[in-house]
Write a protein that binds this ligand. Structure first.
Ligand code: KG4
Ligand code: ZN
Length: 336
């Protein structure tokens, strides 16, 4: 079964060809990071225009690389929510055109489910499991049962984790996106340099706004006093605190629900400390941790095709969309 996946929810234009849910025949990603870098964040209007400019070429390249034509495709899958509405609409319109033109069924995919199912491409995932969703726009702890039903156990009450990484990096002036830079600096700094209190949030919910503010205040204070601040120390202190919280909350959910498998999903799943620390702590209690390889961590279309594959297999209804399909800027994962 060949699924053509399309992803344009933010600043990556991506088209992938996935065979039988496991074999990535192509996964072309055109990143706009260099364009948005100049503005310190994604500019929605520019993102939409770039998607329009690139999408047809990406399709050609993806088919060529997979050594197939549109005649070999069985389904077209596209991200329809959540994301930047203009950016989503480029992918959706393109997908509709392809589906209509080639008489193919169209499968709408929730972006965060895509991040989660990115794990299922390379690994055998044991269900039920706990998914830790950590991206630029989302932070959730999700329980997935044997029938692939999703339940959100916890969410951030304020900033998303990736957003917090990007904000502290911006204030320190160390680049965009902030996650990879802070992750590298962590190993060069003193994680005890800045005392960051642990937010008192109950259950499985998160709060990162206070932690982010601690770093911003430290930078501002140093600037006011005319003294130098060390980005590596602030990065180390910040990452040490947030990774500890992510691990503790995930392991609490694992123990409470009695599951034996964790998957990490979303752009922040690329974080080296989160990967190693969560793996180490989970191993101590006999729980397996899986995370996607780097190319499947940040936004890509292979994960969208994978989510469509499992939707076909496990959803009883609402699998297909017709040509009235619209984008949604926000959508709860359980309402998909
Ligand atoms: O999932 P994603 O590609 O886009 C959304 O769907 O939001 O995630 C992007 C986020 C950015 O905030 C970026 O800073 C973060 O993922 N990120 C990282 C790392 N690599 C990317 N955060 C921490 N450590 C990393 N190594
Ligand atoms: Zn994403």
């Amino acid at each position: 079964m060949i699924i053509l996946g399309i992803e344009t929810s933010c600043d990556e234009t991506s088209i992938a060809v996935l065979k039988d849910g496991k074999e990535v025949l192509s996964n072309n990603i055109s990143s706009q990071i260099d364009i948005h870098k100049e503005y310190g964040g994604v500019v929605p209007e520019i993102a939409s225009r770039q998607h329009i400019k690139n999408i047809a070429t990406i399709l050609e390249e993806s088919l060529e690389q997979a050594k197939i034509t549109m005649d070999d495709v069985d389904y077209v899958a596209v991200t329809y929510a959540p994301g930047l509405i203009g950016a989503l609409l480029v992918g959706i319109s393109f997908a509709k055109g392809l589906a209509y033109g080639h008489n193919l069924p169209l499968i709408p995919v929730h972006h965060i489910k895509g991040h989660i199912y990115g794990n299922f491409i390379e690994h055998e995932i044991e269900l039920p499991c706990i998914a830790l969703v950590v991206s630029g726009g989302h932070t959730n702890i999700v329980h997935i049962d044997k029938k692939h039903k999703f339940e959100i156990l916890g969410s951030t009450l304020d900033d998303a984790i990736g957003e917090s990484y990007d904000k502290v990096a911006r204030v320190m002036g160390i680049g965009y996106p902030g996650g990879p830079v802070v992750d590298k600096l962590y190993y060069k700094g003193d994680k005890m340099a800045l005392k960051i209190p642990e937010p008192k949030v109950q259950g499985y919910d998160f709060s990162f706004s206070g932690i982010k503010t601690s770093v911003i205040n430290a930078v501002n204070k140093a600037k006011m006093k005319g003294i130098e601040f060390k980005p590596e120390d602030l990065s180390a202190s910040f990452q040490n605190r947030v990774v500890d919280i992510l691990c503790k909350k995930t392991l609490k959910a694992v123990k409470d629900k009695g599951v034996k498998q964790i998957v990490i999903a979303g752009g922040v799943a690329a974080n080296s400390l989160l990967r190693s620390e969560l793996s180490k702590r989970a191993e101590e209690i006999g729980v397996k941790v899986s995370y996607p390889s780097m190319s499947l961590c940040t936004d890509n279309a292979a994960m969208i095709a994978a989510a469509a594959y499992y939707k076909l297999k496990f959803n009883e209804e609402n699998i297909f969309a017709d040509l009235t399909l619209n984008g949604k800027a926000t959508l709860d994962i359980t309402k998909d």
